[in-house]
Design a protein around this ligand. Structure first.
Ligand SMILES: NC(=O)c1ccc[n+]([C@@H]2O[C@H](COP(=O)([O-])OP(=O)(O)OC[C@H]3O[C@@H](n4cnc5c(N)ncnc54)[C@H](OP(=O)(O)O)[C@@H]3O)[C@@H](O)[C@H]2O)c1
Length: 303
């Protein structure tokens, strides 16, 4: 496993475990996945206060705490979405200093940790009082409550503001051969660790591609129809039947880290095999087919 070091000295594995879709209802299965991830030297675990309204932090934090004496790892969580745990509902967006400083205590408690390695703003709008938000993260860092902070956003104007006016260490955005919108931003992101979420487009870049297309994307996505997706994935499969490896290779040519989500151990085992294969792939071997993917751009939130 290749590791990446952030400006703020976080050591992050090139493949991270996205915890959002872990089978939390079965803690034994969840622990098997986390244990396997650690055995594969995955050392970055990505959660959020919002995932399962606090339960994701609780379960992943509890399981990971059992491995802390044997493994070095980094946990990232996120803040900014107000939610009602009892109603299991998101209530609104709240990037105020008061809210962030209050919520960090809840996340520490849920994850049973003394400090948070990576605290990410879970979205953001250009209308926010961004300087207040940045100051809150800086205060938490100065107090040692968090080690580092980052942004998860797909809004170019918000990303640009944080890149120019804060010390964000990481930026998380959806990135894969279909959602290639982040490409236009990459040159401005050289000083942060770019974390690609959604690397498999919910399973579209896997052996289950046909099923996922039919069940999750029957109407296509972005400006692709379902038929267009089917055709382009078919052409990609002529290059290699390991679509996961191709997507990982594509992502790692531009981003630093892949935040891959799984709901079963088998998926993670397959994905790790594909990660190893991706390291052997020469991107130029499939550059022709990559040209066929539409060059998308973020149409909104540009100014
Ligand atoms: N705004 C944000 O900050 C934000 C938003 C979204 C995600 N994230 C983070 O990014 C992580 C990854 O995002 P994502 O879940 O969208 O990523 P993804 O890796 O594109 O999709 C994960 C899903 O793909 C399917 N899958 C994965 N491996 C597979 C395999 N080998 N074979 C068949 N299907 C497979 C599974 O779907 P099934 O479970 O249906 O089988 C899995 O839950 C999340 O866990 C979370 O940590 C952050």
């Amino acid at each position: 496993m290749i590791n990446v070091q952030s400006n703020n000295n976080l050591i992050l594995s090139q493949v991270a475990l996205g915890c959002m879709n872990l089978p939390l209802e079965d803690e034994i299965k969840t622990e098997e996945i986390i244990e396997y991830a650690l055995s594969e030297n995955i050392n970055y675990f990505d959660t959020a206060d919002l995932y399962q309204f606090g339960r994701n932090e609780e379960v992943t934090g509890k399981i990971l705490s059992r491995y802390r004496s044997r493994h070095d790892f980094t946990i990232g969580t996120k803040v900014g979405n107000e939610f009602d745990r009892h109603l299991q509902q998101k209530i609104g967006w709240n990037p105020t200093a008061k809210y962030i400083k209050g919520q960090v205590k809840n996340s520490l408690h849920r994850m049973n940790v003394d400090s948070i390695d990576l605290y990410q703003l879970h979205g953001g709008t250009i209308e926010d009082d961004k300087d207040e938000t940045i100051e809150a993260f800086e205060d938490l860092k100065a107090e040692g409550i968090i080690k580092s902070y980052g942004l998860s956003s797909i809004r170019p104007n918000v990303i640009d503001y944080y890149i120019r006016n804060s010390n964000i260490d990481t930026l998380m955005l959806q990135f894969n051969p279909i959602d290639n919108r982040p490409l236009e931003l990459m040159t401005s992101l050289e000083d942060v660790v770019v974390m690609a979420r959604g690397p498999l487009m919910q399973g579209l870049f896997t052996q289950k591609s046909a099923e996922v297309l039919q069940h999750k994307f029957p109407d296509g996505m972005f400006n692709y129809s379902s038929d267009e997706l089917n055709a382009i994935l078919g052409e990609l499969m002529e290059v290699s039947d390991d679509l996961t490896a191709l997507s990982y290779r594509y992502i790692l040519d531009s981003a630093n880290i892949i935040v891959s989500g799984v709901s079963t151990l088998e998926q993670l085992e397959n994905n790790m095999d594909s990660y190893r294969k991706s390291l052997e792939i020469n991107s130029s071997d499939f550059s022709g087919i990559l040209q066929k993917f539409k060059k998308l751009r973020y149409e909104e939130h540009r100014i």
